[in-house]
Design a protein around this ligand. Structure first.
Ligand code: GDP
Ligand code: MG
Length: 348
């Protein structure tokens, strides 16, 4: 991509030269000749806007590509125990224990395991949120935990969750919950799931099933182990030594601190002081806090953090990109607000 001209970019993306030049203006770049090579930062910004992942191929060696924790979403039928399970998992975290069990509500939390590995859970159960994030292009989830109550069995929203996971091409791990109940019948649930096309491991497939009780807190270790195993199979890695690309999970307005957004870094490292554009909002990162409210100077991949310094509230699923100057941040934000870029999203 480096050194690519607008003409070449148009060919690669299928966008018109005029559209690309509009975007260039939006990102604060003078629209020169369509034969001028673009700098890599500009090419990347334009690429993001038209939904193309720009790879920085000029890095040879020294690139820090490290394993990263999995990001997990819990889905399932109403009342099958999603909230209870997330609460129970949150309490298993080493960090939560150190903080006396108190973690901020960030819309996401990390369970640190004694082994040193960790798992990031999105604390926004709800299929609507998942779909909304996906619709905005956010591929934040690596694994879906499908919660099915052992007494109730497969229900309409169980099937809905299965189809969301399938559409997003995200592997599923089944947590059969409420196994403490006298009416629990995990075997029946498995048969139901299999008949809905889920390829369970014990039937020769690769979907793992774990029996848990969120209330009695049983099977949680097993679930965490299974998630880490799945993550290992997926070989989740991320580049660390580049400007961050992140996704907004949640945003709220705080009286004292102004707009606060919970974000999860996808690749790269988010650093305090950087200019960012989040959806159509922009700002300079004034503070980064982790899930127990501790100030951090940077955020690495899969780490949910709260960022302070945006001028307005972004939406869940909005992408966060780092830009090199305030001027570029303002222009990219203004351009997105005008809707030029959304139009491109729609005709893609
Ligand atoms: P959600 O709608 O999926 O978030 O379900 P909730 O977590 O709100 O749980 C719904 C109800 O099921 C609540 O009354 C919970 O106390 C109960 N519940 C959740 N998990 C368990 C469990 O493992 N065992 C039992 N017996 N009850 C549970
Ligand atoms: Mg709930």
């Amino acid at each position: 991509f480096e050194g690519m001209t607008v003409v070449e970019l148009a060919k690669r993306t299928g966008e018109s030269i005029a559209t690309l030049q509009d975007i260039l203006v939006n990102v604060g770049e003078k629209a020169g000749s369509e034969f001028d090579p673009l700098s890599i930062d500009v090419a990347e910004l334009v690429g993001m806007e038209v939904g193309i992942k720009v790879r920085r191929q000029h890095f040879n060696g020294g690139a820090e590509i490290l394993p990263r924790p999995p990001v997990v979403t819990v889905m399932g039928h109403v009342d099958h125990g999603k909230t209870s399970l997330l609460d129970a998992l949150r309490q298993t975290s080493v960090a939560a224990k150190e903080a006396g069990g108190i973690t901020q509500h960030l819309g996401a939390f990390v369970v640190g395991m004694p082994s040193g590995s960790s798992i990031t859970f999105l604390d926004t159960p709800g299929h609507a949120a998942f779909s909304a994030m996906r619709a905005r292009g956010a591929a934040v989830t690596d694994i879906v935990v499908l919660v099915v109550a052992a007494d109730d069995g497969v229900m309409p929203q169980t099937l809905e969750a299965m189809s969301h996971a399938k559409a997003a091409n995200v592997p599923v791990i089944v947590a059969i919950n409420k196994c403490d109940k006298p009416a629990a019948n995990p075997e029946r649930v498995k048969i139901q799931l299999a008949s809905e096309g889920l390829q369970l491991e014990e039937m020769g497939g690769d979907v793992q099933v774990v029996e848990v009780s969120a209330v009695k807190k049983t099977g949680l270790d097993d679930l965490e182990e299974t998630l880490l195993l799945q993550a290992e199979i997926m070989d989740l890695k991320a580049r660390v030594d580049r400007p961050a690309q992140a996704y907004v999970v949640e945003a709220r307005l705080d009286k004292g601190h102004g707009p606060l957004a919970t974000a999860i870094v996808n690749t790269g490292t988010l650093v305090c002081g950087q200019y960012v554009v989040a959806g159509s909002e922009w700002g300079r990162i004034r503070a980064i806090r982790d899930m127990v409210g501790k100030l951090a100077d940077r955020a690495k991949p899969a780490m949910p953090v709260e960022i302070e310094g945006l001028k307005g509230l972004p939406m869940a699923g909005d992408d966060v990109v780092v830009v090199e100057s305030e001027e570029r941040a303002r222009m990219l934000s203004a351009g997105r607000r005008k809707g030029n870029l959304r139009k491109i999203d729609l005709c893609r």
